[in-house]
Design a protein around this ligand. Structure first.
Ligand code: GDP
Ligand code: MG
Length: 193
């Protein structure tokens, strides 16, 4: 544990006023092997290759500018850190927003994503938390088992956003995190009214 660079030191922008810039806690959920850690590493700016950070939990801390405004994200890749029920419940409770990942090459991970969405709804009943459903591994065209249409239809049913990504090609990963920030801001604004 802790062998990986967990907080990226290349943190893009240095903030002048950290006190008033809020940190958004974003939690990755999804079955084993769908690419959660890969997405987290791309987000965190950790170089791929060489050391293999596997399984154990990591947290990535990074600021990004979205719509000309800076946002700090604390990304938690801890869903599979251990198998305790406690941790799972903690995960369900701690996030300001969630990224539910499945692999487009694995139908059962897609079904698991729906389950997680339901669990999350149950855990945070009255709250309207931002959730993005992510179909990862879009580069693996030949082994695709879940179509784009199935993914986006599922997102409609579950009332969340949807995007397909490829952590390997870094495709849409930036968009994913910008999307998360925009959603959090939207919900926050509507709450404050
Ligand atoms: P996790 O268990 O959800 O954290 O999944 P990992 O990030 O450890 O990824 C599992 C495996 O899928 C690894 O071998 C990754 O290299 C591979 N992988 C992750 N994302 C992609 C992707 O977008 N495309 C392809 N082709 N492979 C991926
Ligand atoms: Mg992992």
């Amino acid at each position: 544990r802790g062998s990986c660079a967990s907080d990226s030191s290349d943190s893009v922008i240095s903030t002048g006023s950290e006190a008033d810039s809020q940190v958004y806690k974003v939690v990755l959920l999804g079955e084993h092997g769908v690419g959660k850690s890969s997405l987290a590493r791309v987000f965190g700016g950790v170089e791929e290759g060489g050391h293999d950070c596997d399984e154990t939990g990591n947290t990535y801390d990074r600021s990004i500018v979205v719509d000309e405004e800076e946002a700090s994200i604390l990304l938690f890749d801890i869903w599979e850190q251990d198998n305790s029920q406690w941790l799972k419940e903690q995960c369900m409770r701690m996030g300001d927003a969630y990224i539910i990942v499945y692999s487009v090459t694995d139908k059962s991970s897609f079904e698991k994503a729906s389950e997680l969405r339901i669990q999350l709804r149950r855990a945070r009943q009255s709250e309207n938390i931002p959730i993005i459903l992510v179909g990862n591994k879009s580069d693996l065209v030949r082994s695709r088992e879940v179509s784009v249409d199935e993914g986006s239809a599922c997102a409609v049913v579950f009332d969340c956003k949807f995007i397909e990504t490829s952590a390997s090609l870094h495709h849409n990963v930036q968009d994913l995190f910008e999307g998360i920030v925009r959603q959090i801001r939207l919900r926050k604004d509507s709450k404050e009214e």
